[in-house]
Design a protein around this ligand. Structure first.
Ligand code: SF4
Length: 253
């Protein structure tokens, strides 16, 4: 578990200083007490979507992806040619992390660095995501990280709807296998596709959404790449992470 000092260091890495209200008897220039989050709570399954007869409806129509285990699913993705993106990729980017994670982080699609390394959220945006996770007491290997698309769109353009439709069964099978307690959708593309909406990310963040009919709470926040360009928005992403922690605590009653 992270010490209070370590958590504060990670908040600084995010570029955030979180302060509580100052005591009335403090001097005008006195330093205030920082707020640090509660550590993550123990895992309690929300919905057993992998139980017999339980699935995410309308997703695996005609596909046999729904019965694949982790190795078979990863192998299937690595050979996938279901959409045109297969022709321009260096390699597929399947996902990485803990197969029984409480937190599932879902981004948009691989970028240049991810396409080269075969892992989601590497490079500067990945480092910021790591700092965000560490700020709430999580190491990168304690969560699972995946993307809406497993292959890089050329020049990092937005995914096309048909590409998302082709690739979605893989992500949904990952969700079924993991059974996360919480989904953190990072960025507009991830949030809008997961929630089937065109609502701007600024309006999707700040509240808890049910992920379709699974009962899994989904919280949308800004993409780390956006936060690197717009550091003033980091405070809002920190608020979203605190909302995620509160949501998990509420699950425990
Ligand atoms: S983006 Fe998804 S559906 Fe398209 S080729 Fe890659 S793995 Fe297959």
């Amino acid at each position: 578990m992270l010490s209070r000092k370590q958590q504060l260091q990670y908040l600084e890495a995010m570029g955030i200083q979180a302060w509580t209200a100052r005591h009335a008897d403090h001097d005008a220039g006195a330093k205030q007490e920082p707020v640090v989050p509660e550590p993550p709570v123990a895992k309690v399954p929300v919905v057993n979507t992998s139980a017999p007869g339980v699935s995410i409806p309308g997703v695996f129509d005609g596909a046999d992806v729904a019965c694949l285990d982790w190795p078979a699913l990863e192998a299937r993705v690595s050979e996938c040619r279901m959409c045109d993106l297969h022709s321009s990729r260096t390699q597929t980017v399947f996902g990485v992390g803990n197969h029984i994670a409480d937190w599932l982080v879902i981004g948009e699609a691989p970028g240049h660095d991810e396409d080269q390394q075969g892992e989601p959220f590497v490079g500067r945006a990945g480092q910021l995501l790591n700092a965000m996770l560490q700020a709430v007491g999580l190491r990168r290997d304690q969560v699972y990280i995946a993307n809406i698309l497993k292959c890089r769109p050329p020049n990092n353009r937005d995914p096309k709807p048909e590409e998302v439709a082709c690739c979605e069964p893989y992500l949904l099978r990952q969700i079924e296998l993991i059974q996360p307690r919480l989904i953190l959708a990072v960025g507009r593309i991830a949030a809008q596709n997961l929630l089937n909406t065109q609502t701007p990310i600024g309006k999707l963040r700040g509240e808890v959404h049910p992920f379709r009919d699974t009962g899994i709470p989904l919280i949308a926040t800004y993409h780390p790449a956006y936060l690197l360009r717009s550091p003033l928005e980091k405070r809002k992403s920190w608020q979203d992470l605190q909302l995620a922690l509160r949501t998990l605590r509420e699950q425990d009653g």
